[in-house]
Design a binder for this molecule. Structure first.
Ligand code: DLL
Length: 433
């Protein structure tokens, strides 16, 4: 039977959700107008005052904000409460430019923890569970977010953070961890290491995993589920919106319910900014309805996604987002063709390869080149050149039919591509360097 952390909210009638959103949006717009000069200026530039926003029907009038604005306002420009009311910061892992800093009041952390608790309960968690948190702790939000959620659910929480794979496995086996929280690429690596140690899925105590922070395909889900003998649930979020738990998967595993009592989601055309109807693909935009310290109105995530209001068999009524299909800024344009790394992953995993690969893009004589290094499994590893050439050819064909592009594929030895303990680095675009 489906269980909920906050049933009255998670299964609330749509009219109730609508009423919460209308009321909270009006309050939040007033809050940012009163306390964040940067926002007030953006609104004034559009000729708006808080009186123009009477509910969600007026949301489209508000200006968008983007990472650019958050960087402009660095470090304190977006703060909406006195600094003395903030109790913590987290920060994005961006490698270029200024990092974005997110601020939290204790109330912000409480609501964030609730969102993560909903995700853990949706994955079958309860106070009977041992929850191993192998997301990084520190400025990254993954560790702290799931840790807070796990406490709220009452699980025995193991805040082990990422890294030190041998110790991870020892704790998991000795403490009989039942829920694992980490990035999907780290889950795959842990699974691979356990398999090498001779552990079979029935010997591994885990029953569920809550994996997110990076894109992962359905094929990767299947492979992790088989190796670890678990059900693998997706979880989504970003530092700017607090962290993980903006959306999470339920037992139906066909998309993630967005916590609509706290966030309004929109899908827009990334070029025109026009709001698109349900079911159309576009850029995901979030408005946080009750964040105190670091409120965000119409924040452009750059994630490409589709929303669905189809009723869900789990009983939750909140809208679902699909697995992000890529990021508008991750989308590679190779010889004029749009390519998402997730499309490449799908082809590889469909042909039985592990999710260990690297995509290298370069420009030689004014022409883009696409090189994909793909790791073989130990079973595939062979001296036979003919066999390797045959495999490479099959991959090139699969990629051509998926992408409409010819890529160079190199099969490499098992374990030769560096494993990641956090977010995997899949793409090296040398054209930008
Ligand atoms: O990755 C927060 C998080 C931690 C989410 C743990 C889930 C679990 P950032 O480092 O700010 O925050 O990165 C946010 O990561 O805009 C997406 O592009 C990507 N992302 C997050 N979750 C998913 C997911 C955390 N489930 C950025 N699937 C987002 C695909 C995801 N991409």
């Amino acid at each position: 039977m489906e269980r909920y952390y906050q049933p009255e909210i998670e299964t609330a009638p749509r009219e109730q959700i609508q009423a919460w959103q209308d009321e909270r949006l009006v309050r939040q717009v007033r809050h940012v107008w009163d306390s964040v000069p940067y926002y007030r200026r953006l609104m004034e530039e559009k000729g708006l005052t808080p009186d123009d926003i009477k509910g969600t029907a007026d949301l489209h009038k508000l200006p968008f904000i983007s990472k650019h604005d958050l960087r402009e306002a660095y470090p304190y420009g977006m703060l909406a409460v006195p600094l003395k009311d903030c109790v913590r910061i987290h920060s994005t892992s961006g490698t270029t430019g200024k990092r974005v800093i997110a601020y939290y009041t204790q109330h912000d952390i409480d609501l964030w923890d609730d969102c993560c608790a909903r995700a853990i309960v949706a994955a079958g968690g309860s106070d009977e569970d041992v929850c191993q948190i192998s997301y990084g702790f520190g400025l990254f939000t993954g560790g702290a977010g799931l840790n807070g959620g796990s406490h709220k659910v009452g699980c025995l929480t193991v805040p082990i953070s990422s890294g030190n794979t041998e110790r991870q496995i020892m704790f998991m086996m000795d403490l009989k961890a039942t829920i694992l929280c980490c990035t999907p690429s780290y889950a795959a690596y842990l699974g691979e290491s356990m398999k090498e140690m001779g552990l079979t899925p029935d010997q591994i105590p885990l029953k569920a995993g809550i994996f997110g922070a990076e894109a992962w395909s359905e094929e990767m889900r299947k492979s992790i589920e088989e190796t670890l003998g678990i059900k693998a649930y997706d979880i989504y979020g970003l530092t700017e919106t607090s962290g993980p738990g903006v959306a999470f998967e339920c037992s139906e595993q066909t998309g993630m319910h967005i916590n609509e009592d706290h966030f309004i989601a929109e899908i827009i055309d990334p070029d025109t900014g026009e709001v698109l109807p349900d079911g159309e693909e576009g850029e995901l935009v979030f408005t946080a309805l009750d964040k105190e310290a670091f409120p965000l109105l119409r924040y452009r995530t750059r994630d490409v996604c589709v929303l669905s209001h189809k009723p869900c068999s789990c009983g939750r009524t909140h809208v679902k987002m699909c697995k992000p299909r890529g990021r508008t800024d991750d989308m590679l344009i190779i010889r004029g063709v749009n390519v998402f790394p997730s499309q490449i992953e799908t082809v590889l995993l469909n042909q039985g390869y592990p999710a260990n690969y690297q995509i290298i893009v370069d420009r030689v004589n004014n022409t883009d080149t696409l090189d994909i290094q793909v790791e073989m499994t130990p079973e595939m590893f062979t001296d036979s050149l003919a066999e390797i050439t045959g495999r490479q050819k099959k991959l090139v064909e699969g990629l051509r039919s998926m992408l409409g592009l010819t890529a160079k594929v190199t099969l490499v030895a098992p374990k030769s591509i560096t494993r990641s303990e956090g977010k995997a680095v899949r793409v090296i675009d040398k054209r930008k360097i």
